[in-house]
Design a binder for this molecule. Structure first.
Ligand SMILES: *Cc1c(COP(=O)(O)O)cnc(C)c1O
Length: 410
């Protein structure tokens, strides 16, 4: 085929194939524009975005208020590093304190860095406050977790595609089954005096939107406190209204000792992550002992404040809760042998599929793409459905019609 016979999309995909590292397997669609719940490809075709960049676009694409703050700040001051004070970070810190009710915030950029920071805070607290010998400190994590891609963070993973052949990994982790309070009880009974923290996702997103039993987080939290162990909630994907609560931990009425935020904290325009904690934990790290050149940079600080204001002003917690109920109710009505289960909370949902006549979750996603809806399989047979939280009931029903048509056409 001559280059001139190829579509624009084909040409662009070939460029990436040729010059980019092959660490992703994208759906074959090349996007060039986004607005609220919609994205458009280079040929001008419109799609519902039902991935929302893994929940980083909760406020919708190119939200006018967030983009305006970004542009205004970009014209004034973008980056100072933390070698100097600036007039944006301090206001962001105060805002975060008032918004989430923790004493302090430690700003970083990506979710993985936020998790790394939480682990450092916990280990430091374990050494300084709990008095665990530093070479014996342990963190308990869960099977099926996804906390990011750095070497220490992949050490927690039990998915070989995350950790295999990246060794040697980081010592000091104990992995137990998720949604199993007895496993946590046993691990704490055995190792409690050397454990500084337990880290979990309130819902396991990458594992396929695995929702634990009601009360699971609460029991874990109580067990941790009986053993003087910190509870770290990785809310990078579940936080900021996604599951119909500002933090997913609220579903179980717990206040984690450390909360990790990321993704939607950047309003869909910048990588912004953070750890929230109280003085007793946060103040054990002193000047020069942790940091990031970009962490909390003025642009990020302003964007994060506006991103959180939009969530509140547009009632995205309530909308996620209500639209999520409609989504699950309507999708459960679809008659298809390919659907094994529909699960989720708020607007973090998944359909667990089973291959019918050799048609995989990937094939279903391709077919939905052709009909104008973008979603991505996770773990081969599970499809996640997570539109921006701004979606209206009318748009949601149109999207569900596409999903229904796709599943009913085998
Ligand atoms: C996406 C994600 C991360 C990692 O965030 P990055 O910004 O990709 O580093 C960490 N934890 C959870 C639960 C996530 O979903």
């Amino acid at each position: 085929m001559k280059d001139t016979d190829k579509t624009k999309s084909q040409q662009l995909m070939e460029l990436e194939e040729h010059y980019g590292a092959h660490n992703y397997h994208p759906l074959p669609v090349v996007l060039s524009r986004g607005k609220d719940i919609y994205v458009w490809d280079v040929e001008g075709k419109q799609y519902f975005d039902f991935l929302s960049s893994y929940s980083a676009v909760n406020q919708g694409h190119c939200h006018p208020r967030i983009v305006k703050v970004l542009k205004d700040q970009a014209d004034r001051l973008c980056l100072t590093s933390r070698a100097f004070y600036n007039d944006a970070l301090c206001e962001y810190e105060k805002f975060m304190h008032e918004y989430f009710g923790y004493d302090r915030v430690l700003p970083m950029n990506t979710g993985a860095e936020g998790v790394e920071t939480a682990l450092k805070l916990a280990r430091r607290w374990g050494a300084v406050k709990k008095g665990i010998p530093n070479d014996r400190i342990k963190v308990i994590c869960c099977e099926g977790n996804f906390h990011g891609r750095t070497v220490t963070v992949i050490t927690m993973s039990n998915d070989p595609s995350s950790y295999a052949n990246y060794g040697p990994l980081t010592p000091g982790f104990i992995r137990i089954p998720y949604n199993d309070t007895e496993a946590l009880r046993c691990a704490l009974d055995e190792h409690g005096n050397e454990v500084c923290a337990f880290i979990a996702e309130p819902i396991q997103g990458e594992a396929g939107v695995f929702v634990p039993d009601d009360g699971y987080l609460k029991t874990c939290y109580d067990l941790c406190h009986q053993h003087n162990v910190l509870f770290i909630a990785d809310e990078v994907q579940t936080g900021i209204a996604r599951t119909g609560r500002m933090l997913c931990s609220e579903h179980d009425d717990i206040r984690p000792d450390i909360v990790v935020l990321g993704k939607a904290l950047g309003g869909g325009v910048l990588p912004v992550s953070a750890c929230l904690a109280d003085d007793e934990i946060m103040l054990n790290i002193r000047p020069g002992e942790h940091g990031s050149t970009f962490g909390g940079f003025p642009l990020a600080a302003r964007v994060a404040v506006e991103a959180l204001k939009v969530v509140r002003d547009e009632h995205l917690v309530e909308n996620a809760e209500r639209m999520g109920e409609i989504f699950r109710r309507e999708v459960r009505k679809i008659k298809s042998e390919a659907i094994l289960e529909v699960r989720g909370r708020g607007l973090l949902n998944a359909i667990v599929t089973r291959p019918v006549k050799g048609r995989t979750a990937w094939d279903i996603c391709l077919s939905m793409k052709d009909k104008g809806l973008l979603a991505k399989p996770t773990h081969d047979h599970i499809i996640r459905f997570a539109p921006p939280l701004t979606i209206t009931e009318e748009a949601l029903m149109q999207a569900i019609a596409i999903i229904r048509e796709t599943f009913e056409e085998q």
